[in-house]
Structure formats: structure tokens, C-alpha cells
Ligand binder design. Structure first.
Ligand SMILES: Nc1nc2c(ncn2[C@@H]2O[C@H](COP(=O)(O)OP(=O)(O)OP(=O)(O)O)[C@@H](O)[C@H]2O)c(=O)[nH]1
Ligand SMILES: [Mg+2]
Length: 495
């Protein structure tokens, strides 16, 4: 039994059709079929989302630098390019399929996907130099206006490719940042994404097209001097300075916003309310699981990074103990470190939890890869010390052999389906069993006027036995230090 009540006001509920992700058999996308454009509910939702949730501030303030170009990623016609350095053909194709999902989530239309086997990416052009011409032909033949590379490219690689391909080139990191920008809803989320984008761009001012590396028309007004603004300051330097100013401002704002979060967390700690954090790969079904476990009614969408803002629900164990459960941003392979940095305060909630429900999509082609990618991020945010319960989700759609393999590999795991409800009861039991137990045993005789203590014991302690007698209520169980301290006055002697 759960008894969920809202912490956040904005609860949205949605169900979308399942996403068919089997588009790549060969590494080349199927021919785009113009007739196939019947919008699904999810696509309509997505379109609405794109229309509504854009970070507006940058576009007005920093008009003439990279952001403008950066924002135009959506609704472009893209060719995907990957370099496959290790692993099987399957791994390479999974990686390209994921890049295609990312591109589509960002609002692009994927025209082609190609990858090249190489020991390492070419330092100058990412793919082998000889392959660049081939890609240019594909770009021209398909009428693409953007090439998306499956990695984080150096500014010089981006520039070289743009020079030779004659279309805009973006990398996977920029793509992910763009999706985050579109999906960020809360003020804090938006500020976090902006911070990540600015940090990304700061390093790439030279990489975004030749026009950005031009000089700012010789001398800057004011001439020699003060504060380093002097003759010969370049456009890049002014851009960098403006970006730095904006970064500093965002950092201050984020510090202020985080105050509220810290207060909430401190309150929870003071009351010893256990916290469960739901973490996992993007699209694994974390929000669906939170909805199932607590009737939270949060947004579920067959899209990558549907959830960016953490949602916390208060719920109770079968015997009435209160705990919280939070859903938060999903992870992905090579999650851009700018995002990890920017979302650190959000991610701290995971590191600070008493239990992590690590959700993995059992129907995904590479669930082990997802588990590993998530654990990498968990390690980066110092969350490895938190006990972990692996929830293998989407049992209804998964291959039973794969489920068995995962169960074997992950001893502390459960198989569930957030969709059908299979395994949910067992999951709740397992969560209860894994919650930290209050530390102090007690045996007390509480007079009837101390009903308040009994209430608090129900919510925050563990009651093993309770008996009403003429003199009061005799209770046995476990409580946290504070509560045990208050009970001490009523301890049954000789217990
Ligand atoms: N077949 C099946 N689909 C599921 C199940 N659980 C979730 N899904 C679908 O998987 C998609 C993603 O679900 P979400 O709950 O939004 O996933 P999430 O992990 O919160 O995703 P992000 O917030 O984007 O990281 C949706 O289309 C869900 O309907 C399940 O048990 N079975
Ligand atoms: Mg979600």
C-alpha cells in the first residue's frame, strides 16, 4: 500500500505509443518515407514540447555568437556519422541507433547513418580523411543540412569537417545539450542547462564556422587598456568574456536556488525520513516506475531525457513508515561532463539517498551496457556507497533469456513491468526491506496523553508490538535517536 501525496505541483500524466527502435539493420537508415508521417500522440506531445520549452534568454542577450547557431539544431535534416573503434558490429549499430534517437528527440529528421571502422578517430577530421568526400556526396545527395558526429569532437575537427562538407557539423554532446535545453522546465533546470551549454561553447568559440574567428574589426572602442580590453581584442575574446560573465551570473543564481533544496533535504534528515532515488538510463521507465509505485502521475514519454527536473513523492511502507521516492534525470553513455557538472546539485540527491533503485530496460538490445554507463555516472557523483537495488523493467517486452541472464549477473535485482504491474508488489517489499532501519530498540509504556509519540512512531519508527493496558500503551520496536530519547522517560523497567 502506498499513500502518495504531491510535493511538486506540476504533475503531468501521459502515455505514449511504444517507440520502434529497430530502424538500423545495416548502419544505414531506411529510406525516409514521406507517407509515414502520421503523428503519434507522443510525436504531437513532442512537437508541443519543442514549441513551448525553449530557453529564451540566451537568444536575445547573446545574439551574435554561437548560441543562435547552436539552437537551430531542431528540425534539421541530418546525416549521422560514427567512428567505431571497439566492440562488435552490434555495439556500433546500437550506438548509431541511439544517436538517431537523440537526433529525433532533438527534432531532427535522420536521413542517413554511416559509420567507419577505425582504430581511433582521425585527429583532424574524426572519420578518415578519405571518407570525408564520401560523406560530402551523401550530404549532397540527401539534401542534408547538418552532420551529427557520434562523439565529442575537438573544435578543430568540427571546423575541418565543416570546411570540407559545407554544412554544419555538430557532435553528440551538443545534441544532448540541445535536448536538455528543450526539455528543461523548472528555472533551476534551465539555468543548469544554460550553464552546461556555455561551458561547452566556451571551449569551442573557434570551432563554430569561420565567421566566429574573425577579428572584431580592429580596435575596440576605448582603446588601450583598462581591464585588459585593448587594441586588437578579437571577437572571440569578447565572446569569451561575455560567456564568462554569464557563467558567473548563472552560478550565483544556481547557488541561491539550491538553498531551497538544501532546506528540504535538511528537514528530511532531521526527521530521519529515508529517501529512495530512482536512477537509470534514459527511457528505462523511471518515471513510469515512480507512477506505479506511488501513483505520482509524472510525465512519461517515449523520448530520451523526458524528465529533467527531479520529482519527489512522499509515500509509506506497508506498516506506515514514511519515506520519499524521487525520480530524476536519466543517464546516457558518455553523458557530457558539462551536464554532470551543471546538474551536480540535482544529482546529489541520488548520492545522498538511502537506497538507489537502478532501473534498467530489460528489452533494450544492450542492458548490460546501460547498467555500466549508469554506474560510471554514479561513481562520478560519489553515489557508489549508496545501496543499490536493480530493477529490471519492461519485462512484458523483454526476452526471458535476457531477463534470466540479467538476474544471474545482478544478484540484488528484481524483474518488473511498470506497464503491466508485474513484480511491482515484490519491488515494494524489496524496497521496504532495504530501507535503513531505525537504530535504537525500545520498550516503553506510554500514557494515553502521549498519542503524539505513538503517531510519530508509526511514521518514523518500527513498531513490533503494541498493547493497550489500563495504564497506557505498551510499545516495543525501533526508533531513531531523537525519538528514542523522548521515549526514554517511559521505558519499561527490566525490559
Ligand atoms: N513495454 C513497456 N514499456 C514501458 C514500461 N515502462 C515504461 N515503458 C515505456 O518506456 C518509455 C519511457 O518511459 P519513462 O517512464 O518516461 O522513462 P524514463 O526512464 O523516465 O525516461 P527519461 O525521463 O526520458 O529518462 C515510455 O514510452 C513508457 O511507456 C514497461 O514496463 N513495459
Ligand atoms: Mg522520466
Amino acid at each position: 500500500m502506498t499513500n502518495a501525496s504531491d510535493f511538486n505541483l506540476d504533475a503531468e500524466l501521459d502515455e505514449t505509443d511504444d517507440w520502434d527502435s529497430d530502424e538500423f539493420e545495416s548502419g544505414y537508415a531506411d529510406e525516409p518515407d514521406p507517407e509515414e508521417d502520421e503523428p503519434t500522440v507522443g510525436a504531437m506531445e513532442l512537437a508541443e514540447r519543442h514549441a513551448l520549452r525553449r530557453v529564451a534568454s540566451l537568444r536575445t542577450e547573446l545574439e551574435d555568437i554561437t548560441e543562435v547557431e547552436y539552437r537551430q539544431l531542431r528540425l534539421e535534416r541530418v546525416v549521422l556519422v560514427g567512428v567505431w573503434t571497439e566492440g562488435s558490429v552490434e555495439d556500433a549499430e546500437n550506438s548509431m541507433a541511439e544517436l538517431a534517437l537523440l537526433a529525433e528527440t532533438a527534432g531532427s529528421e535522420v536521413l542517413e547513418a554511416i559509420y567507419q571502422r577505425r582504430q581511433t578517430p582521425d585527429p583532424a577530421t574524426y572519420v578518415g580523411r578519405g571518407k570525408v568526400d564520401g560523406i560530402r556526396e551523401i550530404v549532397q545527395a540527401t539534401g542534408a543540412d547538418t552532420v551529427v558526429c557520434d562523439g565529442e569532437l575537438a573544435p578543430s575537427q568540427l571546423r575541418n569537417l565543416e570546411d570540407r562538407l559545407k554544412v554544419k557539423v555538430v557532435d553528440r554532446t551538443a545534441l544532448i545539450l540541445d535536448i536538455f535545453a528543450q526539455h528543461a522546465k523548472s528555472r533551476e533546470g534551465q539555468a543548469q542547462v544554460e550553464l552546461a551549454q556555455l561551458n561547452y561553447m566556451k571551449q569551442r568559440l573557434r570551432g563554430w564556422g569561420g565567421n566566429l574567428s574573425r577579428q572584431a574589426g580592429g580596435r575596440v572602442a576605448g582603446g588601450a587598456g583598462i581591464g585588459g580590453r585593448g587594441p586588437g581584442e578579437t571577437k572571440i575574446e569578447t565572446d569569451r568574456r561575455r560567456i564568462n560573465t554569464k557563467i558567473a551570473k548563472l552560478r550565483r543564481e544556481l547557488t541561491a536556488m539550491r538553498g531551497t533544496r538544501d532546506t528540504k533535504r535538511a528537514e528530511r534528515r532531521r526527521n530521519h525520513i529515508p529517501a529512495v532515488a530512482i536512477a537509470g538510463y534514459t527511457n528505462a521507465g523511471k518515471s513510469s516506475l515512480l507512477n506505479r509505485l506511488t501513483n505520482a502521475g509524472v510525465l512519461v514519454e517515449d523520448s530520451l531525457f523526458a524528465t529533467l527536473d527531479p520529482t519527489t513523492r512522499r509515500t509509506t511502507t506497508s506498516d506506515g513508515r514514511v519515506y520519499t521516492m524521487s525520480d530524476t534525470v536519466g543517464f546516457v553513455r558518455h553523458l557530457p561532463h558539462q551536464l554532470i557538472e551543471a546538474f551536480r546539485s540535482t544529482l546529489e540527491e541520488v548520492a545522498d539517498a538511502d537506497l538507489i533503485l537502478h532501473v534498467v530496460d530489460g528489452s533494450h538490445p544492450d542492458p548490460e551496457g546501460q547498467l555500466a554507463a549508469v554506474r560510471e555516472v554514479l561513481a562520478e557523483i560519489d553515489a557508489t556507497k549508496v545501496p543499490e537495488l536493480v530493477i529490471i523493467n519492461k519485462a512484458d517486452a523483454a526476452d526471458p533469456m535476457v531477463l534470466a541472464r540479467l538476474r544471474q549477473r545482478e544478484p540484488h535485482s528484481l524483474v518488473v513491468s511498470a506497464k503491466t504491474g508485474e513484480g511491482i508488489r515484490e519491488a515494494l517489499e524489496a524496497i521496504e526491506a532495504d530501507l535503513p532501519r531505525p537504530g535504537v530498540e525500545f520498550h516503553a509504556l506510554l500514557p494515553y496523553e502521549r498519542g503524539d509519540l505513538i503517531n510519530r512512531l508509526h511514521q518514523h519508527g518500527e513498531i513490533e508490538s503494541l498493547e493497550h493496558t489500563g495504564e497506557g500503551t505498551i510499545v516495543r520496536g525501533r526508533a531513531n535517536d531523537d525519538l528514542a530519547g523522548e521515549l526514554a522517560a517511559y521505558t519499561v523497567s527490566g525490559a
